[in-house]
Every structure is written in structure tokens, then in C-alpha cells.
Design a protein around this ligand. Structure first.
Ligand SMILES: Cc1ncc(COP(=O)(O)O)c(C=O)c1O
Length: 385
């Protein structure tokens, strides 16, 4: 097939085989809502895969984080330490719940700079939120030590690291509460979806209540003692998730293959800093995305390069925009005068290129060819097609 005129979206999900049958079964049996049996099965199987005792399936990864923050009882005045460079989902309930978000910068791995955390701990600190970002897990060892020393809770956002490990343990196994997302660009997708993972049965029960409007099975129905959300996952979504989970290892392997192939094909490409395949601890990049950065010597910022790649029909996404630079928080008077140089730099210089699980090898070769061409032409006045 002639790929020269094909447009490549930044993500294309992959269905491995059993999904259609499992979803059809929901329709045949009439079990489509959150009451259906696939929800429990998906929770049990993913929790076991992450070495957790409990999984609570929810509507999306943002919902999982909302629930995590509220289930831990974090509220007015409690300080929560988290990276500025993350998706707004991480901070939503921290702010809405009246907590004080305390930001730290990132390091060159794009994860939170763990060396900055200790200095931010005060008597009001109640939790640290770790957000494994793009390629590698957060360095959990010092975080676990700090949490133990100061009696802090850990919220672990493992949305991008389903199937990744840290210190030989699965990501999703580190938090007092850990969260996942199953958006179509994740290693497992349910269209929209997420999960809360934990070991404490009381905490799991609290999460179940919060996802279901705080209906209390011990009380008369429609009588509520607290406010929750309708963040339930449907049986249809869970069935899709079960089909996807059967192939998690293959998905992780394929993502790593895609990352390594790009690494070979883009080696030496002008104006691009490519991701490392292993970090200093010897952990393997999971390549949730293939995130690249423009060095300071590059004459253009990421926005302009992404425009040129769009003209070459290569889909891209910019990196996150730091929380301390969000208009919504400026308007609220938060983070005044704060500056996080690494977060600010990578937000302006970073973007990622197509690496969805359905991307074929020959397509990847064509994407890499176009990326190289665009980058080579930057010095000579624009992309000619
Ligand atoms: C690290 C991280 N956390 C949370 C989310 C939010 O997940 P969702 O889109 O399912 O709400 C995402 C989404 O991509 C994410 O990357």
C-alpha cells in the first residue's frame, strides 16, 4: 500500500480479538449497566495483576482521582504535594475539596523531581500524589521513605503505566490509593474508564460508595449521609476491559517495540532529544507515548514544529501545561509568583508522535521518515510536503 499520502493520527487503539464477543454477551444477556458481572470480574483481575486486594471500577481516570482524594479524607487546609507538570485531573479534587496543592518541579525524566519533596513537607501535609508520566515510573523509593517518616498518604496515578514496573513491583501497587485510566490511548482501553486500587477493605468500601452517589446499602434507599458522584463503570465497558486485559503483556511489549524502532529510525535527527530506553535505575521505558523534546538550540518551539508535522499529516499532541501556569488557577489566586523551570521548559519544547497500539511497522517507518524530513528542513525554511 502507498503510505505517502496517508494521515497518521496520534493514537489508534488496538482490539486483540475477544472484545467483540465479550461485549456482545452483555447485549445478549441484557447486562449493560454497572450492575453486570463483568465489572466485578474486571476489578478482581486487574487488582490481582497489580498485586492489590481491591479494585473499584469507575467512569474514567479523572473520576478515580476525585474518589481517591475524597476517600482518603483529604479536605480543607490539608496540603497535598504533587508535580506542577501533570494533567489537570490530578489536581481537580484537591482544589475543589479545599485542600492546598503544593507543587514541585519535574526532572528531565518528565516525572516529579523527588529531591524537592522533603522541603515542601509541613505539619499540614497529608499526602503526596505521584504521577508516573509518559515513559518511566516516578522514583518511588524516597517517596515511600518520606511517607513513612512523616505519616503521609500516597496517591499513585498509574494511568499511563498499566503494566509498567518500579523496583520490581507493578505500578499501581504503591499508593495507599492508586488510580488507572482506560482512555483509548492507554495500554488497556474501555473507551472511557478508570479504576481505583487499594488494599484496605474499608477504603475500598468508601470508594464504592463515593462512585455510587453515597448510596448506603445499610440504610433506606435514597437516604444519603454524604455526597458522592455517579462515577460507575458500565458492564459493557468492563467487558471490553476484560478482552483488553487478556493482552496486556502483548500491549506493553508492542509499545516498547514501537519506542525502540523510533529510537533507531530517529537517531541523529536534528533538533530532537529522543527518550532514553532505560533510566539510570535500569528501568525500561514503557513508551506510553513517544515523547520528544526540542533542545534549547532548536530555532522553533513545539507549537510551530507540531504545525509543520500536521502539514505533513503526522498527528501530534503537546506535552501537559503546568498547573502553576493554568489560567483557571491564576483566576483563583493560586500559585502566584511560582516558577518551575523544568515544567515550563518541557511544556513548551515537548510533544509526542503517533504510537498507538494499532500502528503498523510500515506506518511507523513512514511517520519517522516524515518527522526526520520536517526536522531537517527546519534550518532551511519550512516543510515542502
Ligand atoms: C496521568 C493521567 N492521569 C489521569 C488521566 C485522566 O484520565 P481520564 O482521561 O480517563 O479521565 C490521564 C489521562 O490521560 C493521565 O494521563
Amino acid at each position: 500500500m502507498d503510505l505517502s499520502t496517508v494521515a497518521f493520527p496520534v493514537n489508534t487503539p488496538k482490539f486483540w480479538g475477544n472484545e467483540q464477543e465479550l461485549v456482545s454477551k452483555c447485549i445478549e444477556t441484557g447486562w449493560i449497566s454497572s450492575e453486570g458481572p463483568a465489572v466485578k470480574e474486571f476489578e478482581t483481575k486487574l487488582a490481582a495483576r497489580c498485586q492489590r486486594k481491591h479494585g473499584v471500577a469507575v467512569a474514567n481516570g479523572t473520576a478515580a482521582l476525585d474518589i481517591a482524594v475524597k476517600a482518603l479524607g483529604l479536605s480543607t487546609g490539608d496540603e497535598v504535594i504533587l508535580p506542577s507538570f501533570c494533567i489537570i485531573s490530578c489536581i481537580n479534587q484537591v482544589v475543589r475539596g479545599g485542600c492546598v496543592p503544593v507543587l514541585v518541579d519535574s526532572d528531565d525524566s518528565f516525572n516529579m523531581d523527588v529531591s524537592q519533596v522533603a522541603a515542601k513537607i509541613t505539619p499540614k501535609t497529608k499526602a503526596i500524589m505521584c504521577v508516573h508520566t509518559y515513559h518511566f515510573p516516578v522514583d518511588m523509593e524516597p517517596i515511600l521513605a518520606l511517607a513513612k517518616e512523616h505519616g503521609l498518604k500516597i496517591i499513585e496515578d498509574a494511568a499511563e503505566m498499566i503494566g509498567q514496573t518500579c523496583m520490581g513491583r507493578p505500578c499501581g501497587s504503591f499508593g495507599d490509593i492508586s488510580t488507572m485510566s482506560f482512555y483509548p490511548n492507554k495500554h488497556i482501553t474501555t473507551g472511557e474508564g478508570g479504576m481505583v486500587l487499594c488494599d484496605d477493605p474499608a477504603l475500598a468500601e468508601r470508594c464504592q460508595q463515593l462512585r455510587n452517589l453515597c448510596f448506603d446499602p445499610k440504610k433506606r434507599r435514597f437516604v444519603h449521609e454524604d455526597l458522592g458522584w455517579n462515577y460507575r463503570m458500565t458492564n459493557l465497558q468492563a467487558a471490553l476491559g476484560l478482552g483488553q486485559l487478556e493482552h496486556l503483556e502483548a500491549a506493553v511489549q508492542r509499545k516498547r517495540e514501537i519506542g525502540r524502532k523510533y529510537g533507531e529510525l530517529l537517531a541523529g535527527c536534528p533538533h530532537l532529544v529522543l527518550p532514553q530506553d532505560k533510566n539510570s535505575k535500569g528501568e525500561s521505558n514503557i513508551y506510553w507515548v513517544y515523547g520528544v523534546e526540542l533542545p534549547s538550540s532548536a530555532p522553533l518551539d513545539a507549537e510551530e514544529v507540531m504545525k509543520r508535522l500536521a502539514a505533513a499529516k503526522v498527528g501530534t499532541r503537546p506535552f501537559f501545561w503546568p498547573m502553576h501556569e493554568q489560567p483557571v488557577f491564576r483566576e483563583m489566586g493560586l500559585f502566584k509568583g511560582l516558577s518551575f523551570p523544568v515544567a515550563e521548559r518541557i511544556a513548551r519544547r515537548g510533544f509526542y508522535i503517533p504510537s498507538g497500539l494499532a500502528l503498523k511497522d510500515e506506518e511507523l517507518v513512514e511517520v519517522a521518515r516524515r518527522v526526520r524530513k520536517v526536522m531537517e528542513e527546519i534550518g532551511s525554511g519550512g516543510y515542502a510536503g
